[in-house]
Write a protein that binds this ligand. Structure first.
Ligand code: ADP
Ligand code: MG
Length: 339
């Protein structure tokens, strides 16, 4: 059983940035308005994420890192939408199968915080010889999760990571994208032991201000807004799209960028990206690419559940019509700006 769990973990957590994505999604799901991430060696040595969300009940701590332990079942109407993102209740378990996990958490109703340590899905003693149970500890409302020594038990994988700074770049990329999409949250990301954060956004910001802050002001100034629009209302797709895209004339288009969220999860869709790239080739010089941040809201039941759960590439029903609709609204924005 442990071997199976370890293989599952290795498939879900490829590198520090995957772990970060899972952890920050949990913090967002917990209603946090402040999320702070500190990394050692690009996350390979340690990842720590501190949030001010609703915390975890003490009674949920013993089974927290068990596979398929999730408190989010009730949010989903049926098994199909439950499977939408593939690994409900598997993220923390997976992280505990490939690192040393410590959780410190406090709910509003609890007088003190609780600390718990995990290995291979199980609660373990915080010190050798002490009982395997949560320990009372001082804590702020919210949750602090620390994952140390990623892949300590997978020497081959561990050796494959040549450059902590490469991993750090990937982590910053994920956090930057989530910060653009969740500007109500105050985000901080820094290397342990440094005082100057690499990502720092104020609470209750907005997407454009965060793009200016985290990319460049000149990019933000040139962007065109796509207001929330229903895609092809006549076809009853029940899908909406909004976002910000580069003006075809912008200098920034030379660098390009691509942020796609579907139902608030950062995903890849090579078909949508290709369609947008193709649209811009009509406007842009050869070799240039667009910068686009698109947020799609789809009926969760329409996202294809047959896609392998560990892939971020998604497919959905009525894909052709949806893509057509998305291209249509981006084109309208470009046409409006270039007449
Ligand atoms: P899932 O998010 O799919 O439910 P996870 O393995 O990511 O599964 O997390 C398991 C459970 O742990 C969540 O359902 C949630 O109840 C709890 N949890 C994890 N992280 C946090 C957090 N930062 N704040 C509050 N609860 C959390
Ligand atoms: Mg999760």
């Amino acid at each position: 059983k442990d071997v199976i769990n370890q293989i599952a973990a290795a498939e879900i957590i490829h590198r520090p940035s995957n772990a970060i994505k899972e952890l920050l999604e949990n913090s967002l799901d917990a209603g946090s308005t402040s999320i702070k991430i500190t990394l050692k060696d690009g996350g390979l040595k340690s990842i720590q994420i501190t949030d001010n969300g609703h915390g975890i009940n003490k009674s949920d701590l013993p089974l927290l890192c068990e596979r398929y332990a999730t408190s989010k079942l009730s949010q989903f109407e049926d098994l199909q939408s439950l499977n939408t993102y593939g690994f409900r209740g598997e993220a923390l378990a997976s992280i505990s199968y490939c690192s040393h996990v410590e959780v410190i958490t406090k709910t509003k109703s609890e007088g003190c915080g609780w600390k718990a340590n995990y290995q291979d899905g199980q609660l373990i003693p915080s010190k050798p010889g002490s009982p395997a149970e949560p320990k009372p500890t001082a804590a702020n409302d919210g949750t602090v999760i620390t994952a140390e020594d990623l892949f300590y038990n997978m020497p081959l994988r561990k050796r494959a990571f040549k450059s902590p700074s490469d991993e750090y770049t990937r982590v910053l990329d994920v956090i930057t994208k989530y910060a653009v999409h969740n500007p109500h949250v105050a985000w901080i990301c820094k290397k342990a032991g440094t005082s100057l954060p690499d990502v720092s956004t104020p609470i209750n910001s907005n997407a454009k201000a965060n793009i200016a802050n985290l990319y460049t002001p000149s990019l933000a100034n040139e962007l065109l807004e796509i207001p929330l629009t229903t895609l092809k209302p006549e076809e009853k797709l029940s899908a909406k799209c909004r976002g910000w895209v580069s003006n075809a004339n912008s200098n920034w288009a030379k660098k390009g960028g691509w942020l796609l969220f579907i139902n608030n999860r950062l995903v890849e869709s090579s078909r949508i990206k290709k369609a947008i790239d193709a649209l811009y080739t009509a406007y842009l010089p050869k070799g240039a690419s667009p910068w686009a941040y698109l947020s799609l809201e789809l009926d969760p039941a329409k996202i294809d559940v047959n896609v392998h759960p560990t892939k971020s590439e998604v497919h959905f029903l009525n894909e052709d019509e949806m893509i057509d609709g998305i291209v249509g609204i981006v084109q309208a924005a470009l046409a409006g700006a270039n007449t």
